[in-house]
Design a binder for this molecule. Sequence first.
Ligand code: G6P
Length: 616
Amino acid sequence: MCGIVGYIGKQEAYPILINGLRKLEYRGYDSAGCALYSASGQLNIYKAKGKVADLDAVAQDKDISGTMGIAHTRWATHGAPSTINAHPHCCGTGRVTLVHNGIIENYATLREQLIQKGYEFQSETDTEVLVQLVAYTLEKTGTDIVNAVRLALNQVIGAYAICVIDREQPDILVCARKSSPMVIGVVPDNSEFFVASDASPIAQYTKDMVYIDDEQIAVCQRGSALRLLSLQGKEMEANVQQVDLDLSMLSKGGYPHFMLKEIFDQPQVLRDCMRGRLIADEKRVTLSAVEEHRDVLLRARRIVIVSCGTSWHAGLIGKQLIEKFCKIPVEVAYASEYRYSDTVIEPTDVVMAISQSGETADTMAAIEMAKEKGAFVYGIVNAVGSSIARASHAGTYIHVGPEIGVASTKAFTGQVTVLVMFALALGHLKGTISQSEYEDTIAELEIIPDKIQKTLQQNAKIESIASYFTYAHNFLYLGRGFNYPVALEGALKLKEISYIHAEGYPAAEMKHGPIALIDSEMPVVFLATHHQLYEKILSNMQEVISRKGRITAVVTEGDEQVKHLVDNYIEVPPTLMTLAPLLSVIPLQLLSYHVAVAKGLDVDQPRNLAKSVTVE
Ligand code: G6P
């Protein structure tokens, strides 16, 4: 994870760097730092433990002049969060300075070799090994900084996105990446270059961006066109793309937290997600990737969904949708397990990767492995131009706009919406869904945003329910069928931001263990909407009631049975069973949000987590 920003040009660098770090803070926020060449040619480095605001407080009364600099916000891997471990890191002589996102896997060996050559280390980070290695290469070979970075990277095993500056060549910013994201904003006269881990810090300055590929080095030099080199030193062509970001998505828009804004954004962003794809008047769904790759998809004997976290929960819903509408067997795997498994991949398999960020290291590695074994890879991704989007053979963007809150909300409903459309489109092509079910689902999906809007009106009620639960140490979430993955997602949301232990279970499975935990202190959230297994859920509820568990239930509007049985209930509009997750997850998102706020916690940047997990 970690966020990187770099700038070289004609403007003052500090405001660009610090504002850029604020936009990347979702990537890590345990310490931050920046390095600037001052107007008088001096290299100034400032660091702080904590957030970007802490760095800004440290730097404000210092010399922050200069038109070139690099900056970093950290999510610790090697070495605890501290000022000394914060980036940028310098070599012993102070000549080379760099920021790094990723993990140098052979850092211990390299460190040992450098120590034997007389190099000393100040921090516990793997990054310091890299900067010393570049400095050693410069000294030993007498080459320039570009070549020294290239030669050093040839010795490195692991993942990196780096931005390097050399005191002896202050007109050059050198960047490189492997398995960690990096994008460079360029302008027509090459007078300035903007470097960042994603497009958000760059978008306000230029739309022209170059996504660096794995094992590429980029050289940013004022007045010269961007140069790209392979690790072997071969010059490569830069592919400039127009990246349009909706900048309003990067602000809280009057909401106290990004997470709340993103929950409330859902009706609108799901309309965006469906635009041009769900043609309700003509009663059809069209996904260009499904059309273009219909042969391979129609041939598919099995689909394996690989993903992590919330995206994995969306995958569990995708399985039910695809099996129901397309009659194709689907497996859902944690990407981190799948990548190291001896899984058998047949030529008729399709591997579907689901990822909000498009940068999750395990998901990326899983699809690389699947590609090597000959599978066709279909990506369902939010971040346009991200690594997973580019590595997939085909795919569908969810188009819900940048998600900033660490706990995923609108990306989840966006993923589920795309999965519904995928299953409808493919099922229709295959003839495995009846025309009436196809049309009914399309009609209902079209009005789901309005129903989410209506569900959001329960916000105040949910806030008052949440206030009862700040005391809780455990929570159980129970659901069945399409609502079972929603139970998992509700539990994950609560854990992530309120630090309350929560487990999601298939409701009937409760009696095989979790029931032992139920007493009058145990809050249990039931997903009890009017669908296929409603009566069964009522029986499961009775089992909790007889043990004095405290029930909060999500029910369908007008439900008269559950209301009388439970402590609290939250109503959602009626919908089809297959679309139930899109409504029942909304109260759970709000519940976890309000519990965390009531506990006074940092909702958007919960402890220990990061939004984009680019390490395995
Ligand atoms: C992190 C985030 C989660 C996310 C997961 C997978 O853990 O905090 O919100 O679900 O990564 O990320 P992806 O970007 O691949 O969906």
